[in-house]
Design a protein. Structure first.
Ligand SMILES: *[C@@H]1O[C@H](CO)[C@@H](O)[C@H](O)[C@H]1NC(C)=O
Ligand SMILES: *[C@@H]1O[C@H](CO)[C@@H](O)[C@H](O)[C@H]1NC(C)=O
Ligand SMILES: *[C@@H]1O[C@H](CO)[C@@H](O)[C@H](O)[C@H]1NC(C)=O
Ligand SMILES: *[C@@H]1O[C@H](CO)[C@@H](O)[C@H](O)[C@H]1NC(C)=O
Ligand SMILES: *[C@@H]1O[C@H](CO)[C@@H](O)[C@H](O)[C@H]1NC(C)=O
Ligand SMILES: *[C@@H]1O[C@H](CO)[C@@H](O)[C@H](O)[C@H]1NC(C)=O
Ligand SMILES: *[C@@H]1O[C@H](CO)[C@@H](O)[C@H](O)[C@H]1NC(C)=O
Ligand SMILES: *[C@@H]1O[C@H](CO)[C@@H](O)[C@H](O)[C@H]1NC(C)=O
Ligand SMILES: *[C@@H]1O[C@H](CO)[C@@H](O)[C@H](O)[C@H]1NC(C)=O
Length: 457
């Protein structure tokens, strides 16, 4: 046989194996590295560069009367940032929103209380915007979710009547079958951006815990955000349809495959904006759910999630339907890659009791497999008796995630409906930026605070 002659002698077997191993261990990785280098060079060529030193700051609302044992938080308040944005505007203010209750008219009549504490901050914003659209002559464009009986457009009706703004309603249900526009985004002069959890609601400035970002000096991101606004604007007319072919200027070349590289306060990051629901994403736009999945998949050490609600369900469908998309990604991260997962979920008197069942089903894996660590806590915003009377307030409404290499700030609860039929925006920054470090600090501040509780078993 051929094995008994030539080079293949039994005595040669060990040396052959050794040679093969050398090839495998030394040469293949070199080839692989060369290919990776080649690919990353090509990627750099494709990559969008933003030749600006962007200034990005976290913005919070810490509910009145809620103070951390370790002292107050250093971040600017939503109220102050919105006031600054209005003041700095030179030509346009564009706002994409769910509903408007900046004045306390919504609760004044119902509860027969003359003045709700904290409502002056909403009125401030309302009056400054009104002045901007009238006496200051700025162009204001507002797109809001289609008003309903329970959510009437009392505020924006004033803007319309006084000719202070052009207001359009976006009817998501008509466009995609169900859902709402749930986005909260401000764009000033197409240069300055706020995106985050805060609704155009006086409570979002005083009684609801919120988190967002102010993006300044970053025209690349602002211009791309403008495309998301323009999509809403286009779709917010009474007979609008989702176009079969989108106008080319709404396409984007900034997405999860080709993020823009930016400096955030001097630290390097890769960023893009994601949008939902998928039917309103023109070519090139990453969907919000894909942004979340990608961020979880990229994590090496930990994934910390802080959202108001977490449910692996479609809850607004005629019958609840199982929707394990994010749940699967978190389980895979914990089990396959030993990434530590922490979930900080809001708890109010109105929280759905079944939410704890799903959360427990994640946490229970901690003891079931070695190296798996998933911990859940629920965050309770404290209230005085008087504050507890304020409807739809005193809760943790923020929606973000921070990993060892990514900051994600969104506008959606983590349940299926939000990603399939609800209008929302996700802002992703990969890299160990100062934004990421600050977001991690915020998460740990809340996680270790007196307001976080283990979930009942
Ligand atoms: C804005 O970006 C430019 C270009 O990178 C930079 O020179 C400037 O310092 C930045 N301004 C602020 C306020 O960050
Ligand atoms: C508006 O103009 C002022 C003065 O030139 C400038 O300081 C400000 O940054 C401008 N606002 C925006 C949003 O760019
Ligand atoms: C997602 O929304 C589409 C409409 O855009 C609908 O046809 C589909 O059934 C929804 N998916 C789920 C899982 O509910
Ligand atoms: C960005 O600004 C920071 C501080 O403001 C500075 O340290 C850094 O060198 C700047 N980077 C670029 C690329 O302009
Ligand atoms: C929640 O319910 C408890 C018990 O009924 C009550 O004492 C508390 O004031 C309520 N909190 C809020 C914010 O409504
Ligand atoms: C999600 O958030 C909205 C407000 O942003 C809230 O009204 C709603 O009850 C939340 N929860 C779910 C499960 O939808
Ligand atoms: C991220 O940056 C911070 C501050 O520069 C540093 O302390 C930390 O070790 C870095 N983390 C990683 C994973 O590189
Ligand atoms: C960026 O710089 C601004 C202005 O100095 C500061 O308020 C903000 O906290 C910084 N943000 C980050 C993420 O470092
Ligand atoms: C206070 O801060 C320390 C260190 O920064 C932290 O270890 C501790 O958990 C914090 N305590 C509370 C109650 O926030």
């Amino acid at each position: 046989m051929w094995g008994q002659k030539g080079w293949f002698k039994p005595s040669c077997v060990p040396i052959t194996i050794i040679l093969l191993l050398i090839v495998l261990v030394v040469i293949l990785p070199l080839l692989d590295a060369a290919e990776k280098h080649h690919r990353s060079a090509a990627h750099d060529y494709l990559r969008n560069k933003c030749l600006q030193n962007c200034s990005i700051s976290l913005v919070e609302t810490i509910p009145d009367g809620m103070s951390y044992r370790n002292g107050s938080t250093p971040y600017r308040s939503t109220h102050d940032v919105w006031m600054e944005m209005i003041e700095l505007a030179n030509s346009t203010i564009e706002i994409a929103s769910f509903y408007w209750t900046l004045r306390d008219t919504d609760v004044k009549r119902e509860h027969n209380i003359l003045k709700w504490p904290g409502s002056e901050r909403g009125e401030d914003i309302f009056n400054s915007l009104l002045a901007a659209g009238t006496t200051r002559g700025l162009k204001i464009k507002i797109v809001q979710s289609e008003p309903t009986k329970t959510m009437p457009d009392l505020d924006t009706e004033v803007f319309r009547r006084k000719n202070a703004a052009e207001v359009r309603n976006l009817n998501m249900a008509r466009l995609v079958g169900s859902g709402i526009l749930h986005t909260k985004m401000w764009l000033v002069d197409r240069k300055m951006v706020y995106v985050g959890s805060a609704n155009l609601d006086w409570r979002a400035l005083s009684h609801v815990k919120e988190l967002g970002v102010l993006i300044k000096n970053c025209s690349c991101l602002a211009q791309d955000m403008a495309k998301i606004f323009d999509v809403y604007w286009l779709l917010a007319t009474p007979d609008a349809k989702i176009p079969e072919v989108w106008p080319e200027e709404l396409d984007t070349n900034i997405n999860k495959d080709i993020p823009i590289s930016i400096y955030i306060n001097g630290t390097k990051g890769l960023t893009y904006l994601a949008s939902s629901p998928p039917p309103i994403c023109p070519p090139g736009r990453t969907t919000d759910i894909d942004a979340i999945l990608e961020s979880i998949e990229k994590a090496d050490k930990f994934v910390y999630v802080a959202v108001m609600d977490y449910m692996p369900l479609m809850i607004y469908t005629p019958k609840p339907r199982f929707w394990p998309v994010i749940d699967d990604a978190l389980r895979a991260a914990a089990i396959d890659r030993h990434v530590e997962v922490r979930l900080l979920i809001s708890w109010t008197n109105h929280s759905r009791p079944e939410e704890n069942l799903f959360l427990n089903s994640l946490q229970i894996l901690t003891n079931a497999f070695r190296g798996v660590k998933i911990t859940v806590k629920r965050f309770v915003v404290p209230s005085t008796a008087a504050q507890a009377k304020i409807p739809y307030a005193r809760l943790n409404h923020n929606k973000y995630m921070v990993t060892d290499n990514t900051a994600y700030i969104g506008t959606s609860n983590w349940s299926g409906d939000y990603f399939n039929t609800t209008g929302g925006i996700g802002f992703v920054v990969h890299g160990n930026t100062s934004l990421r470090s600050q977001l991690e600090e915020i998460f740990l501040r809340d996680w270790n605070s007196d307001f976080s509780y283990p979930i009942p078993k």
